[in-house]
Structure formats: structure tokens, C-alpha cells
Design a protein around this ligand. Structure first.
Ligand code: GLN
Length: 239
């Protein structure tokens, strides 16, 4: 049984990223994989035994509270050491970094990604498209953030920005047209949507990683009309 853990949705649920868990469970079912979603609330102890962990977007104060709770036992870091998969969106992505600077405070992050976030020159709101090396087709989403994220020397971007801003405005905030960061099975991105609802092949990649496989069963990849329709729709949106 694959366990999908949704972390602190009452704090990290502002932007509807909770849907990522539902898409993972749905895609798992299509592939014949048994999966269950476990919601871990802010006062609950976070288990380190999950297979996939999900963190969503939030306001600065809520994300600081979630981070503080996670730092007590560092369960997410323990799970990652054991090979768990993590998908973190926007505030969630910022939490995974080494430092998060808001207008009110500077907080040390979980250090799972070598990135630092600080307030940007203006809030970045709108559609975003990126090309990630993990997928043949571009991914699309919606971004809404004030923080800009700088990659350290150990960080690899998740994708190159085709439209929108991602980690920051190229040339203004000093970020060179990239979105997110990846390290092993840890994925951080600014794409809301929820990103897995708009880009089901990303859900399949996360499931495959959680199973230690390179791909999901060919049946769902080859005959997946839904994923193909999405890819077609995204191509038309980007043009
Ligand atoms: N509070 C963060 C920012 O504005 C994250 C916002 C979000 O998660 N959408 O940068």
C-alpha cells in the first residue's frame, strides 16, 4: 500500500494544492497500484514512513508555523533519507530550502533543497509554463507568490520558464528564468493548478519514483487519453 501524506493542509491549503493528493490516488488506481491518502494536521506527529509527501502553498505566517512544527522531529528529512518522494508547491518549496526570509522574519528551512527565498520586487501572479527535462511536453500552472528563490550551488532547477516567472523575474530579481528545484526524489516548484491535475504525467513520475521504477505500467502511459488531451490543451495555451 502506497501511502500519500498530505502535510498540514489547514496551514498549507490556501491555494488548493490539496488536489495533488487526489490526482496521485486516481493515477495510482488507473495503474493498478493500491494507495491511500493520510492527512497530517498541524498538531499531529508526522510519520517518517510515508512514500509520497505533499506540501502546498500558504501565506508567510502559516508557512512559518508549519515549518516550525516540522523542525521539531525532522520527520520529513528522515523520510527523504529513506527514499521518500516529496512534492512541494510554492510556500512548501520555500520551506524545503535552507533559508526563508519574509518581510517579518528570517527562518532556517528544512535544508532538503539548496535554495534561499527572500521578498521579491513585486508579487508574481499569473499563468506559467515551464520545460522540465523530466517530460517531453511543457508543464503549465498558475503562480502567485511574493518570495523569489535563489538556487545554491547544489541545486538543480526543476524547469526552464517558457511563460511567467517561476523562481523570480529574470533580470530584475536576478533569477535566470528557471522554476523550482530538484534533488533526488525531492521536487519543489511554483506551479499551482493543482499542478498534478494539469500535468498528470508529473503524477505518474512521482508514483514511479515512489515504487522505485522508471516508468509506470505501459498500459496507462500508452492508452492514456486524458494525459494526451491535457498535453494538447497545454500546447494550445502556451502558443
Ligand atoms: N508566502 C509565499 C510567497 O508569497 C508563498 C505563496 C504561495 O504559496 N503561493 O512567496
Amino acid at each position: 500500500m502506497l501511502e500519500i501524506i498530505r502535510i498540514h493542509n489547514e496551514l498549507l491549503g490556501t491555494y488548493g494544492d490539496r488536489g495533488n493528493a487526489d490526482v496521485l490516488a486516481f493515477r495510482a488506481k488507473l495503474a493498478g497500484i493500491k494507495a491511500r491518502i493520510t492527512d497530517i494536521s498541524y498538531p499531529d506527529e508526522l510519520p517518517s514512513t510515508g512514500d509520497i509527501y505533499l506540501l502546498g502553498g500558504a501565506e508567510d505566517a502559516a508557512q512559518a508555523l508549519s515549518l516550525e512544527a516540522m523542525k521539531k522531529k525532522m520527520a520529513l528529512n528522515k523520510a527523504v533519507k529513506k527514499g521518500a518522494v516529496v512534492l512541494a508547491i510554492c510556500a512548501g518549496f520555500q520551506i524545503l530550502g535552507s533559508t526563508f526570509i519574509s518581510r517579518d522574519e528570517t527562518v532556517e528551512g528544512l535544508g532538503l533543497l539548496d535554495v534561499t527565498t527572500a521578498p521579491g520586487s513585486r508579487r508574481l501572479v499569473g499563468d506559467i509554463a515551464i520545460k522540465s527535462k523530466f517530460f517531453a511536453e511543457p508543464l503549465t500552472g498558475f503562480e502567485n507568490h511574493g518570495g523569489v528563490t535563489t538556487l545554491g550551488s547544489d541545486a538543480t532547477p526543476f524547469g526552464r520558464v517558457i511563460a511567467g516567472n517561476g523562481n523570480g523575474i529574470a533580470g530584475v530579481d536576478g533569477i535566470a528564468g528557471v522554476d523550482g528545484a530538484v534533488s533526488g526524489n525531492v521536487f519543489g516548484t511554483y506551479l499551482h493548478g493543482p499542478v498534478l491535475a494539469r500535468n498528470p504525467e508529473f503524477a505518474d513520475l512521482l508514483l514511479a519514483r515512489a515504487l522505485g521504477a522508471t516508468n509506470l505500467p505501459a498500459s496507462i502511459e500508452a492508452n492514456d487519453e486524458l494525459a494526451q488531451r491535457y498535453a494538447q490543451w497545454r500546447r494550445s495555451v502556451i502558443k
